[in-house]
Design a protein around this ligand. Structure first.
Ligand code: ZN
Length: 268
C-alpha cells in the first residue's frame, strides 16, 4: 500500500512517501524548512513529491548523501525549480558520474539519474540565513553528511540514526566507521533528530547514544562467541536468529550476518 501523508513540527513541513506492508516496507520523508528542501525523496514517488515541492517557492536544496532514496528526485526538482542542489563534494562527484543501484534498491526506490550539484560553501546557511554545520559521517555511505542547526539544537541525521537498535547491515556499511561517526556527532549540542526515514525524534541525542551503546554491546557478544570458535553464521543464528525475508530478497546484501561480520572487527 502506498502512503503519502504530510505533517509539521514547529515550522518544519514534511511529506512521508513510500509504501507500507509486507517485507518491502520502505518510506522516506522529504522535509522543507522555510525555502530549503532537505534531500529529494526517491524518484518512484515523484507524483506525490511534485505537488509538495510546488506548494512553496524553493530557494535551496540540500543533499545529505548520494543514495537513490535521498537524491532520486534531485534532477526533477532542479528541472522544476531551476535550483541546483548543494551537496558534499564527494556526493557531487558520485552524482555527476552516476552510480550503480542494486536491483532490490531500484525496485524499492527507483532510479537516480546523473546530476550536477554545487559543493557546500565554507559557511553554509539555510535559505532563511540560519547557520548550518555539516558533519562528515561515513559508515553508512562514504559521502554522508549530517546537517546540524546549532541555533535550534536540531540534527538532520541523514541515515545515521534510523533506529536505536541495529539488526542488519548493508554489505557496503562499516560498523566501526559508523560508531566513530556517531561519536563525532555526539560531541555536538543537539536535542532533536530529524531523520529522513524515522521522522522527528525528540531526545534524539539519547537515542543516538543508545544506538552506539547497543552496537558496542552487541560487538562484545559477537567477539566473545568468535573467541569460542564459532563461525559468523553460527554467531548470527545464536544472537539474531534466522535471516529475515528482506535478507533473502536482497541476496544477503542487507543482512544480519553482515552486522555480525562487521561487529567482529570493531575495536572495543
Ligand atoms: Zn542512505
Amino acid at each position: 500500500m502506498s502512503i503519502h501523508e504530510t505533517f509539521t513540527y514547529q515550522d518544519l513541513e514534511a511529506i512521508r512517501v513510500g509504501r507500507v506492508g509486507g517485507a518491502m516496507t520502505a518510506s522516506f520523508i522529504l522535509y522543507r524548512l522555510g525555502g530549503t528542501l532537505i534531500d529529494c525523496a526517491p524518484s518512484n514517488q515523484w507524483k506525490y513529491v511534485r505537488p509538495f515541492v510546488k506548494q512553496k517557492q524553493v530557494e535551496q536544496v540540500l543533499i545529505t548523501h548520494h543514495h537513490e532514496d535521498h537524491s532520486g528526485n534531485a534532477a526533477n526538482i532542479k528541472r522544476m525549480t531551476g535550483i541546483t542542489p548543494l551537496a558534499p563534494a564527494t556526493t557531487c562527484d558520485i552524482l555527476k558520474r552516476g552510480f550503480k543501484i542494486p536491483p532490490w534498491q531500484k525496485m524499492m526506490w527507483g532510479k537516480s539519474g546523473k546530476l550536477s550539484c554545487d559543493p557546500l560553501p565554507d559557511q553554509l546557511q539555510l535559505a532563511n540565513g540560519e547557520a548550518v554545520t555539516p558533519i562528515f559521517t561515513p559508515g553508512h555511505a562514504k559521502d554522508m553528511h549530517c546537517y546540524l542547526l546549532p541555533e535550534r539544537g536540531w540534527l538532520f541525521s541523514a541515515d545515521l540514526y534510523l533506529a536505536s537498535y541495529l539488526k542488519m547491515l548493508r554489505s557496503d556499511e562499516n560498523a566501526q566507521v559508523l560508531v566513530d561517526s556517531i561519536n563525532q556527532v555526539l560531541q555536538q549540542d543537539f536535542e532533536v533528530i530529524v531523520c529522513l526515514h524515522r521522522g522527528v525524534v525528540e531526545g534524539g541525542k539519547q537515542r543516538l547514544t543508545d544506538k552506539r551503546d547497543y552496537i558496542l554491546e552487541f560487538a562484545g557478544k559477537v567477539q566473545a562467541l568468535h573467541r569460542e570458535g564459532m563461525s559468523d553464521r553460527q554467531i548470527t543464528h545464536r544472537l539474531l536468529g534466522k535471516e529475515s525475508p528482506v535478507s533473502v530478497l536482497t541476496g544477503y546484501n542487507f543482512s544480519k550476518i553482515n552486522l555480525v561480520s562487521s561487529c567482529k572487527r570493531i575495536s572495543l
